[in-house]
Design a protein around this ligand. Structure first.
Ligand code: MG
Length: 451
């Protein structure tokens, strides 16, 4: 059966792959799938998001379901509100960090976590076999849900030592990247007694500030702002506010993997033995760090849903992706930029040190990634060729080739964009970069030859 769901919900270019008619049909399939009557709907700041939200709500109402409309909120806010306000499910309209012309649908189960792969397959089965819901005995209604944001902020504050954070009176530089965390993160940081400065605050569908995806390469503005203001730390969020990339007080950007290690160290210090879940493409430093706390590290395929659902199954406290997605199980089993910021402030407050000092104590990690643009068909051919040449390699997700010691390379097609992602780890940054270049070169010459 064809798949509609990618790594993170359903994504596409609005008006092309993601037509209003498609949104209508997928919403009908969701109406047939959801058990219960009430669904919370939220959306990110994209131009097409409001049209999509109206289509989703209208269709669900037509199928007899009631919708709460949370409006423009970050994805983790919508997810948290679904579970804490007692909705039977949720739909977030977002394409996260994808370029402006994209949009997407991310359905949320009643536990506040993205659909499991089984739920996704069930929705796809309904969609393709057109098992639409029966005509209801009454039409549903859509009403504004104003409790989502305050419930979310209150929830996050309750998970950290707010008074310890308060005492430090941190200066925090937020780069909301014209995205949805502008609605919640500045308010949260202020409520925790921080002096808050925000850059790229205006929500804008075109993401004119620095693009919708925070990467170490496009955060020079954040680094500069931190240095200029003498802030204790900086943080940048992606378009829908579930991922966060930090900057230390010297203006140095921490890779997502480094901030995850820092937070894991902080959380595991108080909870030794607690399980950590991460993907196959993150580095080995977490094994060293968690091993010291007798904590198991469980690996999954790449994708936040894989991490979330594995965390639930294993009752894990921490989950993370190398791209700045961090999950704190006590709060919710999803990536959450604002929760991660609060946890970072707690870690810094507890240490009595600066972010750069804490980061310097962590085990070293030399992990990097690159992308190669290519069609899905070409990407599959690359993977097949690599599998053929490396018969013993792990093929759980794309291919991960172990090269001895801490050296490995992983190649997989992106689940959201027409690109191949190449990841590598080695004993030094130089060696890691060489390894990446070697494999990117191999892939590019294969593509030139065959496509
Ligand atoms: Mg996101």
């Amino acid at each position: 059966m064809a798949r509609l769901f990618g790594t993170n919900g359903i994504r596409g270019i609005f008006g092309e792959d993601l037509t209003v008619e498609f949104v209508y049909r997928i919403s009908l399939a969701l109406a047939a799938h959801f058990k219960g009557r009430s669904v919370l709907v939220g959306y990110d700041g994209r131009e097409s998001s409001v049209v999509m939200a109206k289509t989703v709500c209208g269709t669900l109402n037509h199928a007899g379901m009631d919708c709460g409309l949370a409006g423009l909120v970050p994805t983790p806010c919508l997810e948290y509100a679904v579970k804490s306000l007692g909705y039977d499910g949720g739909v977030m309209i977002t394409a996260s960090h994808n370029p402006p012309q994209y949009n997407g649908l991310k359905p949320v189960a009643r536990d506040g976590v993205e659909f499991s792969r089984e739920d996704e397959e069930h929705v796809e089965e309904i969609y393709f076999s057109k098992k639409w819901p029966p005509v209801p005995d009454r039409l549903g209604v859509t009403s504004a849900e104003s409790r989502a944001v305050p419930t979310y902020i209150k929830g996050i504050k309750s998970r950290v030592d707010s008074s310890a954070i308060q005492k430090r009176r941190f200066t925090v530089m937020l780069d909301t990247g014209n995205g949805a965390q502008a609605v919640t993160a500045p308010a949260l940081a202020r409520e925790m007694g921080c002096d808050v400065v925000v850059i790229n605050e205006e929500i804008d569908s075109g993401f004119p500030g620095r693009g919708s995806e925070p990467t170490p390469e496009n955060l020079a503005g954040l680094s500069e702002a931190v240095l200029m203001s003498g802030a204790d730390l900086g943080v940048a969020f992606d378009g829908d506010g579930d991922r966060s990339i930090f900057c230390d007080e010297t203006g140095r950007i921490l890779a997502g993997e480094r901030s995850a290690l820092l937070l894991a160290d902080h959380v595991l210090a108080a909870n030794p033995g607690a399980a950590v879940v991460t993907c196959l493409n993150s580095g080995s430093a977490i094994d060293e760090l968690a091993g010291g706390r007798k904590s198991p590290v469980i690996r999954t395929r790449v994708g936040s849903v894989e991490v979330s659902r594995k965390m639930i199954a294993e009752d894990a406290l921490i989950g993370f992706e190398e791209n700045g997605g961090f999950m704190y199980g006590t709060h919710n089993y999803v990536r959450d930029g604002a929760m991660t910021l609060a946890l970072m402030l707690e870690a810094v407050a507890a240490s009595g040190a600066t972010v750069s000092e804490i980061a310097a104590r962590l085990p070293p990690s030399h992990v990097g990634k690159k992308k190669v643009a290519c069609s899905r068909r070409a990407a599959d051919a690359v993977i097949e060729a690599l599998r053929f040449g490396n018969p013993g390699a792990d093929s759980t997700d794309g291919i991960r080739i172990e090269l001895g010691g801490r050296r490995w390379v992983m190649v997989r097609p992106s689940g959201t964009e027409p690109i191949l992602r190449v990841y590598a780890e080695a004993g030094s940054d130089g060696e890691m970069k060489d390894l990446l270049s070697e494999y990117v070169g191999k892939i590019e010459s294969f593509l030139k030859q065959h496509f």
